[in-house]
Design a protein around this ligand. Sequence first.
Ligand code: AMP
Length: 299
Amino acid sequence: MSVLIVGSTALDSIKTPNAENPRLLGGSASHASVAASFFSPVKLVGVVGEDFPKKYVDLYRRHKIDLAGLQILPGKTFHWSGEYEINMNNRRTLLTELGVFENFTPHLPEAHKNSEFVLLANIAPALQHHVLDQMKRPKFVAADTMDLWLNIALNDLLRLLPRVDCFVLNDSEAHQLTKEDNVFLAMKKIHKLGPKYVIIKKGSHGSILSSPSGHFICPAFPLHDLCDPTGAGDSFVGGMMGYLATARGPIEKNFRRGMIYGSVVASYCCEGFGLNKTTKIKKSDIEKRVKELEKLTKF
Ligand code: AMP
């Protein structure tokens, strides 16, 4: 089973206390698609400009990502730049150049409309709606977001929540949305807005799931050398969706393991700039860390 992923396809210029890397392949859809591709075929829906380097198209292709839904429009690719503070937890956006993203309308090729697993990665909620409007009968829809949309498109986001099965957000966004400090109470409030599954991400402290069969505390893989956490959240949800799309049996039964796989792919993402490390690993590297996490959390 394949996963349809819509989101941003970007050039990211990233500064950390130790290094600076311009115009890497980035964007929520790029990170999520590469992560999902370890487990299932991926159909990417996004937009890039004519300046988008061919080597990045080749990279998508090496991961067997279906690019029929990737529009190439006259103009510049979305360019985002961010800088991390010394502790690597705090990041500030230095620049957002929308380019072709400004007038982007996702059009799904006919074959994409039947996809059963859909990931609405971080992108304007109006565009997430637009993708869902074109889908025939998806089996499972997950959506991610960011603080920007809570600030400038809250109504669109609130209308989206009853349309998704799973909503993924980080702890500060959950606080902003619900005004709750306690994540468990925040999740309860988010369920009332629609989604059956709610995941709150807590960065290097892992994530928490609230689902019909209760809660799950998913650890982050303990890292010694953090290089660049950009895209870790997207890798987490992409890896999880890729796993869920191919795992046998009911989604509910596979959910926890899916989160663990997502968490492991995210750990590799943090060990290199942009997608540099994630694109060099093999499925066996992922399995190795899953086993290590199993050992670390067994009692
Ligand atoms: P994360 O580290 O999970 O927050 O995701 C970082 C990615 O989000 C980067 O690769 C950026 O290109 C992308 N990004 C930054 N701002 C936006 C935005 N306004 N809309 C969509 N994607 C964005």
